[in-house]
Design a protein around this ligand. Structure first.
Ligand code: PMP
Length: 360
């Protein structure tokens, strides 16, 4: 059996060495006679696995001591409500930037808890650009400013970190975390669903400045209260132990690859290649303003939509999987997360060239 190149936006391809190690350790984790899946989350063994994962993440992303790292559940979507419940505090409003479908979902959920001020939106352009920050109508009394650094569906990525002044900056980094170095100190809170650059789905990693703890509204469900989760080392209840373990293996793999600088370089190269090919070939198109094209998710259309099916079938026959675009935008989408090897991008480009020649 050979592994395919899986371009899925999430759950996404994982590094092969990580899967192999998980396979080797599946039945008997280091002489314990059991799988990590079967361990008590309170056992010394699992606590060591969990702590090591956090240490490695802290090292990779250079997370300072005054930030808490939480391993929570419910995916990134649960954070859409957890964030306003915890961060609104005694304030009534929060600022949001709208750059696509994931921003909109975060906004819709936050509206259930407070007054949401959409400071800027690129919806009029079909979300093909990031609104110029000089025109953002931010409010100095906002509890926080939320944005989505990479819109997974639209393929739109910020190339700058917004300046939110004294207002805590909150970022949904689900599809960009660990793809390049980041300055954690610019943020009040960072969150990311795991199933792209971290590990299996379900897990959501939250990195938050400790002074933002302890402000949860009293009706906040205990399981959504950052203070409770932090005080209990993310083990107030049974955490997603196996996902946490796999995330730890991914962090080790990232360190072995040379860390986030090395990933940034590789990701930049992969994306540049694919966009250059698309731009040089009349048969394919990508609508995003070049400066804001995502390095992680590359949507593209064919010159003739009627050929979409043939394109996908041909791709699948070559082991190039999950290239179908999100149902809301159509066309194709190639996700190029950390674990997608450069050879996968090369194989995709070869196929695209061949297909265009045959049908163009
Ligand atoms: N935010 C972004 C940017 C995403 O890409 C996704 C998932 N594709 C989500 C939030 C939702 O994540 P989950 O399915 O883990 O709730």
């Amino acid at each position: 059996m050979s592994r395919a190149f899986n371009f899925c936006a999430g759950p996404a391809t994982l590094p092969e060495p990580v899967l192999k190690q998980a396979q080797e350790e599946m039945l008997d984790w280091r002489g314990t006679g059991m799988s990590v899946m079967e361990m008590s989350h309170r056992s010394d063994e699992f606590v060591a696995i969990a702590e090591e994962a956090e240490r490695d993440l802290r090292e990779l992303a250079e997370i300072p001591e005054d930030y808490a790292v939480l391993f929570m559940q419910g995916g990134a979507s649960s954070q859409f409500s957890t964030i306003p419940l915890n961060l609104l505090g005694d304030k009534t409003s929060a600022d949001y930037v709208n750059t696509g479908i994931w921003s909109k979902k975060a906004i819709a959920e936050a509206r259930r808890y407070g007054d949401v001020n959409v400071v800027a939106s690129s919806e009029d352009s079909g979300f093909t650009t990031v609104p110029d920050p000089s025109g953002w109508r931010t409010r100095p009394d906002a509890a926080y400013l939320h944005y989505t650094p990479n819109e997974t569906i639209g393929g739109l990525e910020f190339d700058f970190v917004p300046d939110s002044g004294d207002v805590p900056l909150v970022a949904d980094m689900s599809s960009t975390i660990l793809s390049r170095p980041l300055d954690v100190t610019r943020y009040g809170l960072i969150y990311a669903g795991a199933q792209k650059n971290i590990g299996p789905s379900g897990l959501v990693v939250v990195i938050l400045r400790k002074d933002l703890l302890g402000k949860a509204r009293k009706e906040t469900p205990t399981m959504m209260n950052y203070q409770v989760i932090a005080d209990n080392g993310s083990m107030y209840n049974t955490p997603a132990t196996y996902s946490w373990y796999l995330a730890g293996l991914v962090f080790k793999w990232l360190k072995a690859q040379g860390g986030l600088e090395a990933m940034a370089e590789r990701n930049e190269r992969k994306a540049r290649k694919l966009y250059r090919f698309i731009d040089d070939n009349d048969f394919y198109a990508n609508p995003i303003e070049p400066r804001f094209r995502s390095r992680m998710n590359v949507p593209f259309t064919l010159a003739d939509e009627a050929l979409n099916r043939a394109f996908l079938e041909g791709a699948e026959a070559r082991g190039l999987l999950n290239l179908k675009g999100h149902r809301s935008v159509g066309g194709m989408r190639a996700s190029l997360y950390n674990a997608m090897p450069e050879a996968g991008v090369d194989a995709l480009i070869d196929y695209m060239a061949e297909f265009a020649k045959e049908h163009g």
